[in-house]
Design a protein around this ligand. Sequence first.
Ligand SMILES: Cc1cc2nc3c(=O)[nH]c(=O)nc-3n(C[C@H](O)[C@H](O)[C@H](O)COP(=O)(O)O)c2cc1C
Length: 405
Amino acid sequence: MVRRRIPRWHELRPYLRTGPIHLSPVERRLASAATVWDLRAAAKRHVPRAVFDYADWAAETETSLRRSRDAYARIEFVPSVLRDVSDVDTTTTILGRPSALPIVFAPTGFTRLMHHDGEPAVGRVAGRVGIPYALSTLGTTSPEDLAAATPDTNRWFQLYIWNDRDAVRELVRRARASGYNALVLTVDTPVAGARLRDVHNGFTIPPTLSVRTVLDIALHPGWWFNLLTTEPLRFAVFTETEGTVADLINRVFDPTITVADLAWIRDDWDGPIVVKGIQTVEDACLVVDAGADAIVVSNHGGRQLDRAPTPLEQLPPIAEAVGERAEVYVDGGILTGADVVAAVARGARAALVGRAYLYGLMAGGERGVDRAATILGKELVRTMQLLGVRRVSELGPDRVRLRDR
Ligand SMILES: Cc1cc2nc3c(=O)[nH]c(=O)nc-3n(C[C@H](O)[C@H](O)[C@H](O)COP(=O)(O)O)c2cc1C
């Protein structure tokens, strides 16, 4: 028989404590996000379907992206215990400059679509955190405007080569004049990957007004209000942009480029050149022999060739073949700080993340990007501590195994 009694006030008090009260809906949304997956779920609710799909999507059957994420799920860490991990140092150097984390915010086109604050918001967060950020040729903020908004950020400029070479050279010159520290040449986009979700959603630039759009305005009035009452949404570099992003790429990009083009780019750019979109040992050696200072093992987040090689699997042989001749980064499917630890342990100097910060941007603008960076940073520190590792340089292949499943 249980003997019952009336609780005293001082016994009840600990149960009645409330957490921090967030008055703004954005703060509330972000505070309840414990992972980047939570930010993705918030983003999905918060922006129009076609916008979310544009960022979230991968090409064709989306197998490349699924396999990239699955590879991180197959990681098995090898921890050491009884190490003093009270003081973990996550800093590293990337292209000779200090970086607070082995992370780079990847170039993503059309960023102001996700949130009207766009690239300056992403760049400011990168600056505060102390990591590099690459502005895309398909950005919605000009190189000069981003430089003015983020003077202290380690800014890189991502270059696509299109058929008007004089215009390309002029863009490279503008990036140099605005103080960008590295040029990222993306080489996996001779033509656009098949963007089926965009086709199904009827997604065009600028967004077209259809019955579906009008319904969407009713469901996401905040996003539409911001779109219509801030600077018009357009590419900063390209003016003639009828149709979908894929239409623009197929009309304008130059599929004739070869490794020989690195030579004239080198003439116009005296800083480091990063070649992004390398997927085989052979191509890694080809571009490093041609003078690349760094490469990104990447299949464009699964947005170009479907069923492409899986970056995390390709990374060790490529890193070994390149050796000390160039820095090797990796991207695709990274959504946690533990994924970054795994990438570094398998041979990457740094990991690029794209969607991880875009989910934050869609969920809550600059504060959402902040939240994504905080989550990734905390996960990275915790994983290093649980692994018994104090420094990024201690992360090596002995720390990870890739299981068959
Ligand atoms: C919405 C979106 C736009 C992108 N635009 C570009 C781009 O303009 N140039 C580029 O080199 N890569 C672009 N990428 C690829 C990213 O730089 C990066 O390789 C990819 O996002 C990494 O995969 P993750 O999103 O799973 O992190 C884009 C990716 C996304 C999601």
